[in-house]
Design a protein around this ligand. Structure first.
Ligand SMILES: [Fe+2]
Ligand SMILES: [Fe+2]
Length: 175
């Protein structure tokens, strides 16, 4: 049925499970991170990668906060992980804003590299610790409900132009 490789959940409704949705979202982010942190790559290639990365990150992170992290924060065992995720998202947001305002190419490169490493580490922790913990403390029906919520939130964000706003005008990489 599905060709997905990374599957924590399986079964007939696996694609409705928020865990699988999150893993799918991480794949393109991870590919762009590889380019962004690679100083051997040309500036233009890294700028292109960042221009794609920033809106993808927003359209992943916001729904994740409002579904998965919110659920985790309401659970005694999981709440610290949910708060940690929020903090890391805030840091990444701040760095994206800073990068968009950065003119000097070397400063830009340095900031993009640090952002890439931060989000890489965040995604690794999410996949290796947070999601398995969440799975242990949730039922399939919770994960499917959250999956639906995640999708709804993401669709709403994309409809509002969340992919481009509010950064598009300023994106250094586009010039
Ligand atoms: Fe994530
Ligand atoms: Fe996250």
């Amino acid at each position: 049925m599905s060709k997905k490789q990374t599957k924590i959940s399986s079964g007939k409704n696996a694609e409705l499970d928020i865990i699988n949705m999150i893993l799918e979202d991480h794949k393109p982010l991870k590919e762009l991170i590889e380019v962004m942190k690679d100083s051997e790559k040309g500036l233009e290639e890294r700028q292109e990668a960042f221009a794609q990365f920033a809106p993808l990150l927003i359209s992943h992170a916001k729904p994740e906060e409002q579904s998965l992290y919110r659920y985790m924060k309401s659970d005694e065992e999981l709440r610290e992980g949910g708060f940690e995720g929020d903090v890391e998202h805030q840091l990444a947001d701040q760095m994206v804003e800073e990068i968009l305002r950065t003119e000097d190419e070397d400063v830009w490169s340095a900031r993009v590299k640090v952002l890439a490493e931060l989000v890489e580490h965040h995604i690794e922790e999410e996949e290796d610790e947070l999601l398995p913990d969440f799975k242990k403390h949730s039922e399939t029906s919770d994960r499917e409900k959250l999956g639906q919520l995640f999708l709804d939130l993401k669709t709403r964000l994309l409809e509002r132009g969340g992919m481009d706003a509010p950064h598009e005008r300023e994106t250094h990489a586009r010039h």
